[in-house]
Design a binder for this molecule. Structure first.
Ligand code: AMP
Ligand code: ZN
Ligand code: FE
Ligand code: FE
Length: 281
């Protein structure tokens, strides 16, 4: 059982890397990628928690923006975490998230919604990549909202007037840097339209030119037709098709291993990385 997209409390998941590894082991996952938003800070703890029977794939989910302002999440897997360009990209994105959060809070305050940066920081574990899910948690704590899900359906939706973009690399830049660092890139949930605008199928060819390796086809946010369409494009462009849970602990409904990657597809993806960086004990 191969699950190539999961989050911990290093970003907006609720399990620690240690808990995630244990959960994966007890649920019979054999290959697990840890892919926190714009952060590799969970790698060490995950590796320490690892026991025989589970293979760990180190990765990150990079928040990117197209030149048209469409949000694209790019999974980078098996890259060298010590690569300078990669570290710079991750740090820049992470740093930008604080002023961005302050702007969102300002907009909310202006409309009489009382929430402060301290409230948001209290909702985020120390050092975590601060995002809308933490702002949602803070708003739930004040009693204004009931859940993260409610926040994302209204107040904090991409189309909401309170939404502020954060500075991010383009998908092509992210792909280039992931490749430079020896890793492989997989575009995450490309047709997850409930979140906001999505890229058109035509843009995939451009991303392939930049070095894209795979497409996340099986994902909770894709319906059967979308999966079929994506699989078709993936085959046409000779890309690897993955499936994954995008597990966030209790932060989202997604359960670990609810979507999986075919072993043959994973083998192909892994062979595209510069080194065999999968960790096992
Ligand atoms: P941000 O990166 O701060 O713009 O926040 C976006 C992140 O929020 C996404 O990457 C998801 O992990 C998370 N997210 C999106 N929709 C939901 C939802 N309905 N419930 C909980 N978390 C969500
Ligand atoms: Zn997330
Ligand atoms: Fe994502
Ligand atoms: Fe994710």
């Amino acid at each position: 059982m191969i699950d190539l997209h999961t989050h911990t409390n290093v970003s907006d998941g609720t399990d620690s890397p240690f808990e995630l590894i244990n959960k994966a082991m007890s649920q019979g996952i054999t290959t697990l990628a840890i892919t926190d938003h714009d952060s590799i800070d969970g790698w060490q703890e995950a590796e320490r928690a690892l026991r025989p029977g589970l293979q760990l794939v180190k990765g990150a989910e990079i928040s990117t923006l197209t030149t048209d302002g469409i949000s694209v999440h790019m999974l980078g897997l098996l890259f060298d975490g010590g690569n300078e360009a990669m570290i710079t990209m991750l740090n820049d994105t992470k740093d930008q998230r604080i002023p961005r959060m302050k702007k969102m809070i300002e907009l909310l305050n202006r409309d009489g919604i009382t929430i402060s940066m301290d409230d948001v920081m209290a909702a985020a574990p120390e050092g975590a990549t601060v995002g809308r899910p933490h702002l949602a948690d803070a708003l739930v704590a004040t009693g204004l909202l009931k859940s993260r899900d409610e926040a994302f359906q209204g107040l904090l939706n991409n189309d909401s007037k309170y939404y502020v973009e954060h500075v991010a690399p383009t998908p092509e830049e992210a792909i280039r840097i992931i490749k430079e660092a020896g890793g492989v890139s997989v575009i995450a949930h490309p047709f997850a339209s409930r979140r906001g605008q999505i890229v058109s199928v035509d843009t995939f060819a451009t991303l392939v030119q930049a070095g894209l390796n795979g497409v996340e086809v099986d994902h909770r946010d894709h319906n059967a037709q979308e999966r079929a369409d994506l699989l078709h494009v993936t085959r046409e462009l000779n890309l690897v098709a993955t499936g994954s849970s995008d597990y966030h602990g209790t932060g989202k409904l997604n359960s670990l291993g609810e979507n999986l990657t075919n072993p043959a597809e994973w083998e192909r993806l892994e062979s595209m990385a510069r080194e065999r960086r999968v960790i096992s004990k």
